[in-house]
Design a protein around this ligand. Sequence first.
Ligand SMILES: [Zn+2]
Length: 66
Amino acid sequence: MMAKTYSYACAEFPGMESCPAHFHTETREELFELTKQHAIIAHGESPDDWAAEDLQMVKDLFKEEG
Ligand SMILES: [Zn+2]
């Protein structure tokens, strides 16, 4: 049996349609941390300042596979 994986495609977030970043991880927590690091490195964002609605939107876009 395959383990579950979690994925996030940055392009699915409104305004990020041109971003090619796509992550796959074993856990939701790792995916969230990678997503925040990506936002910092690629988009110059400050995830610590994100509104609760934006954080929730990111998490809502996480896909569970397997
Ligand atoms: Zn991105």
